[in-house]
Write a protein that binds this ligand. Structure first.
Ligand SMILES: CC(C)(COP(=O)(O)OP(=O)(O)OC[C@H]1O[C@@H](n2cnc3c(N)ncnc32)[C@H](O)[C@@H]1OP(=O)(O)O)[C@@H](O)C(=O)NCCC(=O)NCCS
Length: 155
């Protein structure tokens, strides 16, 4: 059964493997580790027992949240793991009082853009030349959500 759990230092090795396969500019071991401890961040894993299937890193601010990373191991894609991670990030955003969720994706990452569009995100901007090696534009996406301030559990 796939569960969403908080990432800790012992998971970083498995996350790094997914990260390096999924992104042309992967985060380093240390930057991933820092996100497990950053007070504004939630670094969540989709795990099946001890196996890490995917992860999401989201930062929460008073009125909005930003998804910095969502990635699923290649062999586990297309089975709803990414949707679970996105749903969890969005639920936490609601509970923290945010009214919108933002993210950036590469303009040439058609699968990711489609994934987000199908889940209610709309394009709100384009950052030309935002990415280096390989170069590319960033699409800014946003989704409005209904905040439920004061309803925070153990998030
Ligand atoms: C974007 C990503 C996180 C989606 O994760 P996922 O676990 O495949 O997501 P889901 O299974 O919930 O949904 C994937 C969608 O692709 C479709 N799909 C079908 N087979 C698929 C496959 N083999 N691989 C990927 N997607 C597939 C699903 O039907 C679903 O379509 P829908 O949007 O119409 O529902 C994943 O593709 C990924 O890790 N990509 C690389 C990293 C990345 O680009 N991250 C986002 C940039 S910020």
């Amino acid at each position: 059964m796939t569960r969403i759990v908080r990432a800790a230092s012992e998971h970083i090795g498995a996350v790094l493997e997914i990260e390096r396969a999924a992104f042309s500019q992967p985060w380093t071991y240390n930057s991933l580790l820092e996100e497990t401890q950053a007070p504004q961040s939630r670094f969540m894993l989709a795990a099946d027992g001890a196996r890490v299937l995917g992860y999401a890193v989201t930062r929460y601010y008073p009125d909005w949240a930003e998804i910095l990373r969502i990635a699923v191991a290649e062999g586990s894609r297309g089975r709803g793991v990414g949707s679970m991670l996105l749903g969890d990030a969005q639920a936490r955003a609601c509970e923290s009082g945010a009214s919108r969720v933002l993210l950036e994706a590469r303009a040439d990452n058609a699968a990711a853009l489609e994934f987000y569009r199908n889940r209610g995100f709309i394009t709100v901007g384009l950052r030309a030349g935002y990415y280096a090696s390989p170069g590319g534009d960033a699409v800014l996406m946003e989704k409005s959500i209904a905040p439920r301030r004061g309803d925070i559990g153990d998030w």
